[in-house]
Design a protein around this ligand. Sequence first.
Ligand code: BG6
Length: 478
Amino acid sequence: MHHALIYIFGGTGDLSFKKLYPAFYALFRKGDLPEQFNLIVLGRRTIETEDIRNQIDERLSRELINEEDRERLNAFLKRIEYFSMNFESQEAYESLNQLSCELCKEEQAGKIAYLATAPEYFEQIARHLTCSGILQKNNENHRIVIEKPFGKNLESASQIDHSLQACLAANQIYRMDHYLGKSMIQNLMILRFSNAIFEAAWSCRFIDHVQITVSEDIGVGDRGGYYDHSGAIRDMIQSHLLQIVALITMNQPKTLHYDDLADEKVKVLKAMKVHNIETDLIMGQYGSNGVQPAYREEKGVDPQSCTETFVALKMQIENERWKGVDFFLRTGKHLKRRVAEVTIFYKNNLPNIKYKNAPQNRLTIRIQPDEGTTFHFNLMEPSNEQNIIEREMDFCQSCLLIEDSPEAYEKLIYDVLQADRTLYTRWDEVEASWRFIDQMLMPCKERQLVLHPYEIGSWGPKAASELMDSGRAWVEGD
Ligand code: BG6
């Protein structure tokens, strides 16, 4: 793509400032944006281009190192335009089309519309974009990027998707799950498929159970208004955590191309089961610790809210490969530490020889904040041949990098520009995840009865530990 017009709907919002502008600038610094591009920031507020440039400058100049960086940032800011519009008005899109023609005379220019808005707007923005001629159906250079949440349940997600697919062809729609852009999540496939030693023992024959924790040490902050209508199940499990489970459990795809990969993911997403929702799903909500507010006291949150800020879930994959293996998922706000990691626990399966106290082998994949992998295995204690001790092989990816791994958004935006959808999700993956999640979305009254309070800074409610049976325990827990 030689020239690209990039439209950021919701460009004055939180996501744009926190993630999108830093990612676009990082790509610009590396020379990874098209030679000619314009970033058109779209918002309802009537402000001038100069104002948005100043605000973006303020955000990005925090990380400036030297004079050269300053010049580069100035050059980047010059590519930004602000266009104030009402997302519902067709005339506004016509004026936007005019601006687009002034900015770029090239017929073949790429156009990327990034919808950093609430999902309620996806449908009408896509419709107006195509009706006004800004985006053309079946033109592969015209792409739309949407981010989760894709709806609130299977029904609303299907409706959104249906309307999007009425406006654009499937290969023009990029459904982003930013976890897929994280370096160690991409590494999951390499770890599995390029290491015979792991893949050979990657099944219920050798694996006892799997734990996945994605915890945050902060609360909902100023996103209370959004979060209170979402909750941890929709916000994290439906997307990020189920994608991680799918990457861990899918069979090897025929190729690493988008469709082959999605085909395999869909198979396991469809095989996901929870045996007993009443006992295997634990929900919690954080209370106050005397210093920080309780969830119900957060800005934008209903004081009687029954929204869960913590979830622990025991689930299975119903196929031959994973028969009897429990997958324990845990995620929440205001927990003890910010960490995302997967731990595979192997069985102690030496049928005839039983060493005393032999710990289970464990393979941990650390996604963030540290990136790396650790394998725990057993050896004889040098001074006591009767005793087994646990040793570890550790690989620390973060220690090797001079700079941090590229932010997930940077990688994913780069991929849209390259028309590479490998790390984006296909509709049937989203559909299968919602189908699985729908059974957990209960009315507030029911939820009120099972919502466990937990302390800020803990590992969530006690009930989450009780979910672990047969002597198992969370790798990290109170
Ligand atoms: C988002 C959720 O998708 O992921 C947020 O909406 C959450 O609630 C965030 O905080 C976590 O992402 P990361 O990359 O900081 O782990």
